[in-house]
Design a protein around this ligand. Sequence first.
Ligand SMILES: [Zn+2]
Length: 196
Amino acid sequence: MEEIKIPLRAKKELDKLLQGNKNFVNGTPTAKNMCLDTLRKFAFHQEPYAVVLSCSDSRVVPEIIFDCGIGELFVVRVAGITAGPNVIESIEYAVKKLHLPLLILLGHDDCGVMKYAKEHYPEKTEDFQSIMSCVYPVLDKNEDITCHNFFAQQHTYWVEDVLMNKSKIIKNAVEKGELYIAKCHFDHSTGLVNLI
Ligand SMILES: [Zn+2]
């Protein structure tokens, strides 16, 4: 894990989510806020404590793998955690309006977007152009990548760069110590979320 100091509020939430992931892996989930009563409690407001940028992949379900219930996570899901304009603005909303201290970038193994990009790079494909335009820069810098999982991790680092370069709201929040970006990788075979 990197040496950057994690702001206290973000560390508390990150520790909670990593413990939740251990609960999931151990088959001892504790999430209780999954009922209609919880939904009613939050009928007119929300109080999540982290924003998660996750892949749309059906196997990567943040609330389940972090052992969370309704109202805990502000989740942005998009194929390949690709950071296009709407995705960036969704995260900005979480930072600026909901004042969330923690952003988790949740890449994962066996990601279909990484496989597709690797198969077609550097071709400008007819389909998925905006998604590929978010992923190809990683291959521009690492053309010899053969492992999709390593590719996914490099892509997660790249997404952090994109967010910092394209979003003043995110950059300012990070520089002021109000937001911490945790880069994570989810492994399907173990269920573990690891910081990278
Ligand atoms: Zn994926």
